[in-house]
Every structure is written in structure tokens, then in C-alpha cells.
Write a protein that binds this ligand. Sequence first.
Ligand code: SF4
Length: 256
Amino acid sequence: MLARKRLILGIALSLILILSGITAGLWYLFFHGLSPLSRLVLLGLGVLFAFFILIALLGLAGVVLIILRHRPLPFFERPVRILITRLLPLVMYLGRIFNVAKEKLERSFIEINNTLVRTRAVTVPPSRLLILAPHCLQYSGCPHKITVKVDNCRLCGRCQIKDLLLLARELGVQLAVVTGGTLARKRVAELRPKAVVAVACERDLTSGLQDVYPLPAVGILNDRPHGPCVDTRVDMERVRQAVLDFLGRPDPKGAL
Ligand code: SF4
């Protein structure tokens, strides 16, 4: 788990070092020769890069400190937000240049996101908690249209939509089944939850969690025993634990 978190933090640090090198080069050029106009452009770029690096370093330090101290640190809130929403796409890109598998990077990000959310210890009323599930959890032969209305599920038990629906009804939380990132964002905008438990694959979770940040959202990866996007599964115990955490109810089996 720790190694997974370190992966993306390490690449973020590498990115900051590369940007620092570029900035040092810009400053060097500024002080050595070139026309006044070129120097002015270099000065602007140098200041911009230096500012970006400072924010990125603060964001990185914030993430590490929050994880180590297991509590939110308000001073780092904005830099962490910028790091997650702006810098991470660059980190992902750099990771791929370093030949790190995309899924590994995405899992690392999801792990960090979940830890940051847990340190905030957010609790919300059941009606403001949304479970977002992917359409691929539904049995591929099921004729019922549950993306429009999840209550259309007949609870036959051929897939885990039944389990999710029963869990949502038992705890009084909202449940939406979506076909992709666009619909997920639409549902979040419509239902206006105060917290989200999202189930999806690495790619959808990574983009979705970044999109809704800083809305507290825990990501749970689905299992794909039949390959991607068809008849997927999810560990229901993890979903239940995440929901109970947000509801502030006792968690008999420990953290997620
Ligand atoms: S549990 Fe619901 S969604 Fe799944 S196959 Fe049965 S009716 Fe369809």
C-alpha cells in the first residue's frame, strides 16, 4: 500500500526537479546575453515556473504530511488541490515516459486520494451520500434499464446491482448507475451529494476523483473476471465499509 502511494509521489518529485532544471536554465539565460525583449520573456517564464514549482512543492509536502499525521492540514489545502487537479495529469504523462504502467499510476493516485479523504473524517447524512456504480456491474443479459432508474432492477441476484440496491435502501443512501464519466458528473451535479463512494475501473476513477475534488469521494476498484467493461464485480464489504465511514457509524472491521 505504502509503495503504491510512493510511486506517484516519487514521480511528482521527479517532475518538480525537471521543472526546476528548466527554470534554472531560463534564469541563466536571463542573466547571460540575449536581447532585452528575449530577456523579458525569459524573466516572465522564469517567474511563472518558479511560482508553479513552489505550489507543487507545497502540494507534495502537504500530501506527505497529511498522510503521515493522519489529519487534514488547512495550510496545505489549496496547494494539495492544485497538485491533484492540475499537476497529476502531468505526473501521469511523465510516469508513462518512465515506462510505468498506466494502471499502476492510477492505482497509486486512487490510494492517495482515499487516504486524504479518510484523514478528513467527513460524515454526512445518508440522504447526501451517493454510491456511484458503473453500468458494467449489471449482468450483460439483463433487459432492465437501470441507468435511468436504478429501482428498475428486479433484484433477481444475477449481478451485484441487487446487493448495491439493498445496501442503499438499508442505509438510506442514494445510488446511481452510470455508463461513463460524463453521466457520472451529470449525476453528481443533479444529486448534489456531500460525499461519494465511487466504484469503477482505474481510468474512470482517476478522472472522476480529480473532477469532483475536493468533494470527498472514495474510489473502489471493480474486479473484471470477464475482461474489461462486462459483468464486472466489486467487493461489497469495501463498499459497505466506505459508506459506513461516511455515515460516521462504527466500523467493526477497521478502516477500508
Ligand atoms: S440484479 Fe437487477 S440488474 Fe442485476 S440482472 Fe437482476 S434485475 Fe438485472
